[in-house]
Design a protein around this ligand. Structure first.
Ligand SMILES: [Ca+2]
Ligand SMILES: [Ca+2]
Length: 104
């Protein structure tokens, strides 16, 4: 398996290890979503001081309005966060380069 294939499989595994805890096995309820965010996106949740963050994320993600987050909706969150992280890292790299060139 390639790195990307492993990452995709891990994403599916993580989703199902939470979605299967109660109710619909293929969807995240609000309680399951809260556990997933707390345990898997700890830094993200800690960074956000908003107590309503889980409710807001749920509302944003729930495209079909059934009150739960299916895999497709979950992947949207991961994609958005990954893009944000990538921008952060690119920014970090740029500022490091700036610092280095100043020192030279
Ligand atoms: Ca469920
Ligand atoms: Ca939904």
């Amino acid at each position: 398996m390639t790195l990307l294939e492993t990452a995709m499989e891990d994403l599916i595994k993580v989703f199902h290890s939470y979605s299967g805890r109660e109710g619909d096995k293929h969807k995240l309820s609000k309680a399951e979503m809260r556990c997933l965010l707390k345990e898997q996106l700890t830094d993200f949740l800690t960074a956000s001081k908003d107590a309503m963050v889980v409710e807001k994320i749920m509302a944003d993600l729930d495209d079909d309005g059934d009150g739960e987050v299916d895999f497709k909706e979950f992947v949207t969150l991961v994609a958005v966060l990954t893009v944000a992280c990538n921008e952060f890292f690119c920014h970090e790299e740029d500022s490091t380069k700036d610092c280095c060139s100043k020192n030279v």
